[in-house]
Design a protein around this ligand. Structure first.
Ligand code: ATP
Ligand code: MG
Length: 227
């Protein structure tokens, strides 16, 4: 895998995008690959002595082999844990797909073997009155990884997300079955059902695991390399 970049999206907020991104970065590092990551917009930040900080961005920063400043990982750190364009407006900021894509590109230009870009929430989360995170991904033209929390309702959300990604002309490089909210009694059936319908590789079927540093072992990077 040489200089690959992926946009990590999910069926919803809280489905495990960051957990999956960290696991993929750790798996790549174990294979001797260099890694980088971007969380261009994070809503739900804590004020610290160094400024606003978001847990996702800090986890990604820690998991990367490339030394990246906080601002490189997360240029837009927004305080309230609400929809990003609402949070931006409260700080007098305007989010713009081209500006965010340009920032992501500056990290891609560092040419790590694997660069992951984590969106916020799901595929069609608004950036402003007319654009969404999908527009930023389209400008970057990177393949997409879809994280699905296997729970009631996820079949519809996963299929709509895949449809939206492909309708936007992007490659769905693979999907990850996760158990962020716990074990579902229909887990195996739902994973098999989605495998039949999503028409892209299942990169990992992750267990509900409290020690998430162990999730990296569940990823087989050769599946991604083959896409
Ligand atoms: N496989 C798993 N086992 C146990 N807990 C998990 C698993 N995956 C995710 N979680 C937990 O679920 C919660 C949501 O996960 P995570 O923060 O990765 O989601 P997200 O999609 O990145 O959310 P956001 O939209 O806020 O960025 C976190 O508390 C995380 O620790
Ligand atoms: Mg996250």
């Amino acid at each position: 895998m040489m200089q690959r970049a992926y946009f990590i999206t999910g069926t919803d907020t809280g489905v495990g995008k960051t957990s999956v991104a960290v696991a993929l970065l750790q798996a790549a590092t174990k294979c001797g690959l260099s890694t980088a990551a971007v969380k261009p917009v994070a809503a739900g930040c804590e004020m610290t002595d160094e400024g606003l900080r978001n847990d996702d961005a800090l986890y990604l920063q820690q998991a990367c082999s490339t030394a990246l400043s906080y601002a490189q990982i997360n240029p837009f750190a927004l305080q309230p844990p609400i929809a990003p364009h609402f949070a931006a407006a409260r700080q007098g900021l305007h989010l713009d797909a081209q500006q965010l894509a340009t920032h992501c590109q500056s990290v891609l230009d560092l040419k790590a073997d694997l660069t992951l870009i984590e969106g916020a929430g799901g595929w069609r989360v608004p950036l402003n009155e007319s654009e969404s995170f999908a527009d930023m991904a389209k400008l970057l033209a990177v393949p997409v990884i879809l994280v699905v929390d296997i729970k009631l309702g996820c079949l519809n959300h996963a299929l709509l997300s895949a449809e939206g990604i492909r309708a936007d002309g992007l490659l769905l490089a693979g999907w990850v079955a996760n158990q962020a909210s716990g074990v579902n009694e229909c887990h195996a059936e739902m994973v098999a059902d989605l495998q039949g319908r999503l028409a892209c590789p299942l990169l990992a079927d992750l267990p509900h695991r409290l020690n998430q540093n162990e999730l990296a072992a569940d990823f087989d990077l050769s599946v991604l390399q083959a896409t």
